[in-house]
Structure formats: C-alpha cells, structure tokens
Design a protein around this ligand. Structure first.
Ligand SMILES: CC(C)(COP(=O)(O)OP(=O)(O)OC[C@H]1O[C@@H](n2cnc3c(N)ncnc32)[C@H](O)[C@@H]1OP(=O)(O)O)[C@@H](O)C(=O)NCCC(=O)NCCS
Length: 221
C-alpha cells in the first residue's frame, strides 16, 4: 500500500481537528453540568432590590425542586404562553409541556419574594447546539406584577454570567415572532438573530419563531 496522498492527509488532519474541537466542547458542557448551583460563586446576584422589589434568587437542577415549585413553574408557563402556542403550529399540550419542563437536564433560576413565594423563573440547560457548547434558555417567565422593573434583564444577565464564566460559547433561545413583548425585550438586551435561526423560504409556511443569541466575546472576537 502506497503512502497517503496530500489530499487524503489534509482530510485526515481536518477530521482530527474537528474531533478535538468537538471533544473540547463536550467537555465544556460536562463541566458546566457538573455544578449543582452555578450561582453559588456570584453572591451579588442572589438578590434583586429595585423598583420596590425585594427578591431572592436561587438556581437548582429540576430534581431538587419541591412539587409546589414545579406546579408554580408549570402554571405560570401555561398562563403566559398557552395562547401563543395555540396561535401557531406548536399547539399546547399540558402533558408534553410538563414532561419537557421536568426532563433531567432542566435547571431553574427562580426569584422569590420575602414570603418565599416564587414570582419568576427561567428554565435553562447546558447543552451542545450544532456542536457549540451553549446555555439554552428554554423559558423566562415573570408574573405580571413584577414585569417592567428590570427583573427579566437581571435574570438574563445571570444566565450570561453563568454561561460565559463556564466558557460556553453563547446564550441562545427561541422566541415566537407573534410575542412582540418578548421580541422587544430580547432586542433591548442586544440579542441577535443566531446563524442557526430558520432562514426565510426554508419552510413552506412562514416560520413562526426565531432563534436569538448573545455570543461570548472571549470566543467570538
Ligand atoms: C418578557 C419578560 C420576560 C420581560 O421581563 P421584564 O422584567 O418585564 O423586562 P425588563 O423590565 O427587564 O425590561 C428590560 C427592557 O426590555 C424592553 N421590554 C421589556 N418588556 C417589554 C415589552 N413588553 N414591550 C416592549 N419592550 C419591552 C424594554 O426596553 C425594557 O426596558 P425599559 O423598561 O427600561 O423600557 C416578561 O415581561 C415576561 O415574563 N413576559 C411574559 C412571558 C414571556 O413572554 N416570556 C418570554 C418568552 S420567550
């Protein structure tokens, strides 16, 4: 058998480089996932006191949440989002949503008032997305009385802090185009269309959602 041609060698080198990058990315996600409480190193972000709110924030994997908190999370998600889901091809299904929200990899950032009652949550996960190590924000939901007081922005800042201090490449999320409040909110926070967001013409019908992200400046410069 003769020696490999230059072209074949180049291909092999490229494959090895790609494999090394993927291994590195998998290791970053595993390392992020090995933390029980990624908020523990950021004491300053465990309190939100602004515009008359005095809230405590905590971060837990779904397996450590009480049944009553799980009920709060599901009920707020349903109250805020059911109509939006029904107004597009996703539709709403209690069982499916509850099961998605309770998957083992789900983590929650929760804000509570001084009585210990939850008023907001974010469901997020550390994951690989098209090979990139990311913090995927599945949900951000606030009860109506605490909105437009900077809490949503503060919670997204916490997710960014957690993601970027773990060297993940981006914070990424899906937003429904017919939810203008959320779209404006993420625009105000400088989230931009991610390059994995569906392009126009990709689907027969107009796509009802966009994928937005904020990139880690240490990785994308
Ligand atoms: C969307 C949501 C998370 C925003 O959180 P919030 O705490 O109310 O937002 P903030 O006070 O941090 O807003 C930061 C900035 O975002 C923009 N913004 C927030 N909500 C907005 C809205 N409804 N319309 C237009 N702009 C909005 C504003 O520029 C705002 O700054 P300002 O108040 O100084 O003008 C919250 O309103 C919510 O839970 N909505 C219902 C559920 C939902 O749609 N979740 C998103 C699913 S993807």
């Amino acid at each position: 058998m003769g020696r490999k041609t230059n072209k074949a060698k180049d291909k092999l080198v490229k494959r090895k480089e790609e494999k090394a990058i993927l291994d590195q990315n998998v290791a970053l996600v595993q390392s992020a996932n090995s933390q029980v409480d990624p908020l523990s190193s950021f004491a300053a972000f465990k309190k939100f006191t602004k515009h008359g709110l005095n809230l405590d924030l905590e971060c837990k994997p779904v397996g450590l949440l009480d049944e009553s908190v799980l009920d709060f999370i599901f009920n707020l998600e349903k109250e805020n989002m059911k109509t939006y889901y029904e107004d597009c091809s996703w539709g709403w299904n209690d069982k499916k949503k509850r099961s998605e929200m309770s998957e083992e990899s789900a983590r929650y950032l929760i804000a509570r008032n001084p009585e210990g009652i939850p008023v907001a949550f974010s469901h997020f996960r550390f994951d690989l997305d098209y090979g990139d190590p990311v913090l995927y924000c599945y949900e951000l939901q606030l009860v109506e009385s605490v909105r437009r007081k900077g809490l949503g922005k503060f919670m997204m800042q916490i997710l960014e802090l957690i993601a970027f201090s773990a060297n993940l490449h981006k914070v990424i999320l899906t937003v429904l185009k017919h939810n203008p409040g959320a779209t404006e909110f993420y625009k105000a926070l400088k989230y931009e269309l991610d390059d994995t967001s569906p392009q126009e013409g990709m689907f027969e019908e107009e796509c009802h959602y966009e994928i937005l992200s904020k990139l880690n400046k240490k990785v994308y410069n």
